[in-house]
Design a binder for this molecule. Sequence first.
Ligand code: FES
Length: 146
Amino acid sequence: MVSAGIAAPILTYLIRPLFGGPPRKAWVRIGKLEELPLNVPQRLAAARRVVEGWETVDSQVTAWVARLPDKIYVFDPHCTHLGCAYRWNQQSKEFVCPCHSGVFSLTGKVLSGPPPRPLDTYAYEVRDGFLYVDPVPIRHPAGGSS
Ligand code: FES
C-alpha cells in the first residue's frame, strides 16, 4: 500500500510528457491593475523563484503592459527582430527599438523597420485587482497585431 502511494506520483511524473499534457503556467504577480495608466505602457518587473527538485532559481520577470479601455496587452520586453530591449516613446506614442530602428504600435503591431512580426505577448490573468503573467513568449504571425 505504501509503495503504491509512492510509486503513483513518480510514475505520473515520468509518463506525463509522453502524453503531451499542457505544461502548467507559472503565474507571476507583476503589478496592481488600478495603478496602470490608460494608454501609457509601463515597464513592470517582479522577482520570481522557481524550485525544481533540489535547485532554486531566482530571476526577474519583466514585461511592458499597455492598459487600454477595452483590453490589456502584456508584451515580452524583447524586440522580435534580434531581441534588443525596446522602449515606449510617449511623444510619438510608439514602442521604439534602438538597435535597428524597429517601431511598434501601442498594440504591438510592426509600424516600420526590420522586425518580422508583432511583439510577442505573455498570457495574463487579473485576480483580486492584481495582474499575473506567465512569462512564456507567445509569438504572433507576421502582418498581424498582438
Ligand atoms: S533588434 Fe529591434 S530592430 Fe533590430
